[in-house]
Design a protein around this ligand. Structure first.
Ligand code: ARG
Length: 592
């Protein structure tokens, strides 16, 4: 159990003994570290509830507490805050518990949930660009966090592979290469042989075609109508279109996989909208029959508006008037699939905040129809935009979207320059330097993103992100690498870790107190779905470590017990930092 929860336990008991609610006993980290390590503010609430003076309650609580092993001193401040200083013995115990456990003292949850995280979500045929960055980076971190907390989590990329964009690409290709067999309605594989095994297009072709055809559809209703028919025909099993669709999907997945690999983002399943195709017709039929859906101007819709809505929430569209299915239909069916086949208790949708209304509609429809049972939790994990220096969404100098591959190249380049300027990894073999630059570049990119709360927009500032000073990914990597080298030098000097003894230096105690907060930090990041909690905490560990190292001259320390204890603390700091960076999806080079 963490130090903080042990303290809470003691205070909860004291509040219960006073005849109040145990929740008043919650102990939190002190707001004033110069006065105390932890504090309990429950006397104020309890005073309110009982109609008594909070200070009197605080005094009664303090008087009843007898936990000398845990608590060094208690003081009441102001109207009834209780300030707590923990005992050296408790601190050492907590550090030893952490150091001795593979999970660093983070207990797995009692009741693991089955969670699906839906992230990445590129549309088929699209080369990844900066717009896919946040979903991938935030989703990957949440997946790791939720998993570390002890839940079962599946990361699903949910490719957009069954909607109108596919119909659009089909007709665009038809206009470019009308002679291909996929477009001949009379083509029969039994007679004419199978469709060609090689794709007529690659991902670059598709990416080029996509903006062209979306513009054509917007400009010309006749083209748009053809795209709708093609979408309908595909969804209804037209063989040539399906064969073509398979090519589109394969080349897309291949290209996208290599981009996600380059980002160290890894999906457990590569499902897509098409995965739930067989569920679409039965769902629509069933909901029409039960009266939960209705026909409106030829389309099928589900009403999801509520009396209390401040803004209008339009009905969710299940089919267009031509019978084709939409983004909303596949999302609703995907909820059903995740409930029935994946047994999901929680679904996290890591998607741009601008899709808020869509998810509101889908979630309401899923709940109203019972497709998502009451105890299933559906959450839109919204995030803001990546802006350029002009405060507008990040673009290339020419105003185009920035490809993810180019972005990774850009950050790697920037990392190389920073390594040179700081004389880091100088004289290393070329291949190793390159690998370091790659890791540093990715750390700059990811930490630059994850250190902001996900709902804020942020400005993409490579120069700042890649710096080795300040709150950056490279600074944290460098700190971790420095710790590794301290441990290496100690080992070379024949020194080894020993039991942790009571802290004698202020900076040492501060570091210990920081490290033992790990379980609460993980818990907080998971419950808020907020990786920035981890980013912030990792930065605090690194700066506390640096102060500790400045004050405690480990290698020249004369007291061997102290020295061995410090080394143990160094080892633990590295393990914690390593874990935190891993939770953010950031790798640490062996040396720099
Ligand atoms: N493909 C969608 C897009 O490009 C994102 C998918 C998000 N996930 C979902 N289940 N709708 O906007």
């Amino acid at each position: 159990m963490s130090l903080q929860s042990m303290l809470s336990g003691v205070f909860e008991e004291a509040f219960v003994a006073l005849g109040t609610d145990s929740t008043f006993g919650e102990v939190v980290v002190s707001q004033r570290p110069e006065l105390a390590d932890y504090q309990c503010n429950g006397a104020l609430g309890a005073g309110n509830a009982l109609g008594r003076n909070p200070r009197v309650i605080a005094e009664a609580v303090v008087a009843s507490i007898d936990a000398p092993d845990l608590i060094e001193s208690i003081e009441i401040a102001g109207p009834g805050f209780i300030n707590i200083v923990v005992s050296p013995r408790a601190l050492i115990g907590a550090i030893a518990d952490m150091a001795g456990s593979e999970r660093l003292g983070v207990q797995p949850v009692d009741k693991p949930l089955t969670v699906v995280v839906d992230y990445g979500g590129p549309n088929m045929s699209k080369a990844l660009h900066v717009g896919h960055l946040r979903s991938a980076v935030i989703g990957e971190s949440l997946k790791r966090l939720v998993r570390f907390r002890g839940h079962t989590i599946t990361g699903d990329i949910h490719i957009g592979d069954w909607g109108m964009p596919v119909g659009q690409l089909i007709i665009e290709l038809e206009d470019r290469q009308p002679a291909l067999p996929y477009f001949k309605p009379e083509y029969d594989e039994a007679i004419d042989g199978p469709y060609p095994a090689d794709s007529p297009v690659d991902l670059d072709d598709l990416s080029d075609m996509y903006p062209v055809i979306t513009k054509r559809c917007a400009d010309d209703p006749a083209v748009a109508a053809r795209a709708r028919v093609a979408t309908f025909d595909l969804q209804n099993g037209r063989a040539g279109y399906l064969a073509l669709w398979r090519h589109f999907r394969n080349v897309s997945v291949e290209g996208q996989r290599s981009d996600f690999d380059a980002l160290d983002v890894e999906f457990d399943v590569w499902y897509g909208e098409s995965t739930v195709h067989d569920r679409l017709a039965p769902i629509v039929e069933r909901l029409l029959e039960s009266g939960q859906a209705r026909v409106s101007e030829g389309a099928v819709v589900i009403d999801v508006a509520r009396q209390e809505d401040a803004k209008e929430v339009p009905p969710l569209l299940l089919t267009r008037s031509d019978g084709s299915y939409l983004y909303s239909t596949t999302d609703l069916a995907t909820v059903e699939m995740r409930v029935q086949n994946m047994h999901a208790d929680v679904m996290l949708y890591v998607v741009d905040a601008r899709q808020g209304l869509h998810f509101e509609q889908v979630f309401r429809a899923a709940k109203n129809t019972g497709i998502a049972p009451d105890d299933v939790d559906l959450e839109h994990i919204a995030f803001g935009t990546v802006n350029g220096p002009d405060g507008k969404p990040f673009k290339t100098r020419e105003g185009g979207v920035v490809r993810l591959g180019d972005l990774i190249e850009l950050v790697t380049e920037s990392a190389r320059a920073k390594l040179d300027a700081a004389h880091i990894a100088e004289g290393y073999p070329q291949a190793e330097r390159e690998e370091i630059a790659r890791k540093v570049g990715l750390a700059a990119l990811k930490f630059g993103d994850l250190s902001n709360h996900r709902t804020s927009n942020y400005t993409f500032d490579m120069d700042r992100f890649a710096a080795f000073e300040g709150k950056t990914g490279p600074y944290l990597q460098y700190s971790a690498v420095r710790i590794k080298s301290i441990l290496r030098r100690a080992a070379e000097a024949g020194l080894s870790e020993g039991p942790v003894v009571a802290p004698t230096v202020d900076a040492e105690r501060v570091l210990m107190l920081r490290l033992v907060r790990l379980p609460e930090m993980v818990d907080r990041a998971v419950s808020l779905r907020a990786p920035n909690v981890i980013a912030e905490y990792a930065y605090e560990i690194a700066t506390d470590f640096s102060r500790f190292y400045e004050k405690c001259h480990i290698l020249s320390e004369e007291d061997p017990r102290r020295q061995a204890s410090w080394l143990a603390l160094v080892g633990l700091a590295l393990a914690v930092l390593d874990r935190l960076l891993d939770l953010l999806g950031i790798e640490i080079p062996d040396r720099m």
